[in-house]
Design a protein around this ligand. Structure first.
Ligand SMILES: Cc1cc2nc3c(=O)[nH]c(=O)nc-3n(C[C@H](O)[C@H](O)[C@H](O)COP(=O)(O)OP(=O)(O)OC[C@H]3O[C@@H](n4cnc5c(N)ncnc54)[C@H](O)[C@@H]3O)c2cc1C
Ligand code: SF4
Length: 526
């Protein structure tokens, strides 16, 4: 029988969201004997629910509640209600994620100091340094089972897709080519099996070889007796007392009934659209602009990485779908080097898409039509692909706001997700596309082509960390500047995006936050 906490138990921490941030935090707190209730808007899935079918899984687990895609980018036309690719389910987006687990580089925590002010960007240094986070990176890598030194697991073997790109990369002079680090087991680790190299990582891993809070942190937190996870529980507003300290979360349960869970502290981990939306929706007479928003920065500085996708048709079959979805990483361009005409760096990550996703993403505007389109699909088995993942500069106008009149099924204002590009993002993206093209041409590609944008999977920055309260929403511990028992525990606390995939940093920050919360509780401060 799993633990149940009473709704009027004001000794529990309430964690909103069970993905990379929330799931990790709940488990880390439970191991310390700290009680929490995790409210998760989505369902609970079992490993047997995972299907090797791209659209079936997408339909099953994605966050499909109404959202509005806004901004000058093509995405607002091709995916007008799906700005981002996020999961709604116990485990959050760690069910879908591909397992690439890179650390930020030291200079990425202080980009503003490195490059100074840039017109149109809202650059800021993180209030923590790489050196402060490093021990937690090591913990996170051991915890998640990231291939490499911390876990002792070797990197993956190279699959065909990576061999093709890597050979081209070598020919254009790149040297930093690795099949990892990835939070995907290359041998049995942490009671999970090794990877079968069957592909479909982004549909969820049926074997459990890829780390996901769905089948690691969440059940383990529950097993301690200190954590209760409530699926189908959509947090609607966070309440506070007359002094402004948060004390309860109102949520809709599976039947749509309103429930109110008392709380000693609240940790928001709903990903970078829902977390600021919840804070904005929790406005009150004391906080008319939303919780933790005295700076006006809640919902702003939304970053998604400057991304692009380049595919190549090779003379012989590649069968890119065989092996892990993101099978290798090229990091030569991740450096800071303004001579390229932009600040920040990018990684080139070899990627595969199954035929169903590829067919849609190739031509989202027209739905797939014409001789050229058909000719590319006919050569599906000859394709190799690469994803450019680059620094996306924070801009105040990029962000999450609430629609004036449109409401979702819970009666909450629908979020408008606005994203435009800074000229730096465009320059970085062009450079990455050109370099990817050169790699493929160097190994004799028959043709190289760009794939249009698809909904973003890396969403960060809308409740950012700052040293000064007026510049951001939370401090170096993820604690709200305005409310000392309110925390942000997900990717929305990022101050900048870096050139690296975000999840390892989210997990490291959650582990660090758990230590901080425990320490403050032991001092009677929380
Ligand atoms: C296809 C895909 C591939 C990816 N690959 C990689 C990769 O290789 N490497 C990498 O680093 N990252 C990758 N990512 C990104 C990564 O999954 C996310 O960055 C990470 O999971 C975000 O963690 P989070 O805690 O911020 O949010 P999530 O993990 O998304 O968790 C948020 C949870 O909160 C719940 N929630 C939201 N609002 C509420 C509410 N009001 N009440 C209750 N619950 C709520 C949601 O249902 C969700 O379960 C990928 C993502 C996708 C979609
Ligand atoms: S390739 Fe490996 S990690 Fe990916 S779904 Fe298969 S077993 Fe899981």
């Amino acid at each position: 029988m799993s633990t149940r906490f009473e709704h009027d138990d004001d000794g529990v921490l309430v964690i909103i969201g069970s993905g990379a941030g929330g799931g990790t935090l709940a488990h880390a707190l439970a191991r310390k004997g700290i009680k929490s209730v995790v409210l998760e808007a989505g369902k609970r899935y079992a490993l047997e629910d995972i299907e090797n079918d791209e659209w079936a899984m997408f339909e099953k687990i994605s966050w499909l509640d109404e959202r509005i895609t806004a901004g000058p980018r093509q995405l607002s036309e091709t995916f007008p209600n799906l700005p981002a690719w996020i999961v709604k389910g116990v485990g959050g987006s760690t069910i879908h994620w591909a397992g690439v687990a890179l650390r930020f580089q030291p200079h990425e925590f202080r980009l503003h100091s490195e490059v100074g002010d840039i017109a149109g960007a809202n650059l800021l240094d993180w209030p923590i340094s790489y050196e402060e986070l490093e021990p937690y990176y090591v913990q996170a890598e051991r915890h998640m089972g990231v291939t490499g030194d911390a876990s002792g697991m070797p990197l993956h073997d190279w699959n065909n897709n990576f061999m093709v790109l890597a050979e081209g990369a070598r020919r254009v002079g790149y040297e930093k080519l690795r099949a990892g680090p990835m939070a995907i087991n290359t041998r049995p680790y942490d009671d999970r099996p090794q990877c079968m190299q069957a592909g479909f990582c982004m549909q969820g891993c049926r074997f459990g070889a890829k780390w996901s809070t769905m089948y690691t942190d969440i059940p383990r937190a529950e097993a301690t007796g200190y954590c209760e996870v409530r699926p189908n529980a959509m947090a609607l507003t966070i309440e506070h007392d007359e002094r402004g300290r948060v004390n309860a979360v109102v949520y809709a349960d599976a039947e749509g009934n309103l429930q109110r869970q008392r709380a000693r502290a609240v940790c928001v981990a709903g990903n970078s659209i829902e977390s600021p939306r919840l804070l904005l929706n929790s406005h009150s007479a004391l906080f008319p602009d939303g919780l933790a928003n005295s700076s006006g920065q809640v919902g702003r500085n939304y970053m998604t990485h400057a991304t692009a996708c380049v595919f190549a048709e090779m003379p012989k079959p590649v069968n890119m779908h065989r092996g892990t979805t993101f099978a290798g990483i090229i990091s030569d361009e991740a450096r800071l080097d303004r001579s390229r005409g932009f600040v920040g760096g990018y990684t080139l990550e070899v990627m595969s898409l199954g035929l169903p996703f590829f067919a849609k993403f190739m031509d989202p505007a027209n739905g797939g039509w014409g001789r050229d389109y058909a000719a590319i699909l006919e050569k599906y088995d000859h394709l190799s692909g690469v994803w450019i993942c680059g620094e996306d500069l924070p801009m105040e106008e990029n962000g999450i706001t609430l629609h004036d009149s449109r409401k979702d099924q819970y009666g909450l204002p629908v979020p408008i997700v606005y994203k435009g590009d800074h000229p730096n993002d465009e320059a970085l993206r062009r450079h990455g596309q050109q370099q990817a093209r050169s790699c493929y041409e160097a190994v004799g590609a028959v043709r190289v082509f760009d794939v249009p944008d698809f909904p973003t999977s890396h969403n960060v920055g809308t409740n950012r960390m700052s040293a000064r309260p007026e510049d951001g929403v939370v401090n170096q511990w993820g604690q709200a500047h305005d409310i000392d028992n309110l925390f942000v525990s997900d990717g929305s606390q990022f101050t900048s995006s870096g050139a690296e995939n975000p999840t390892l940093t989210i997990v490291a920050l959650a582990l660090r936050q758990a230590d901080h919360i425990a320490e403050r509780m032991s001092r009677g401060e929380l």
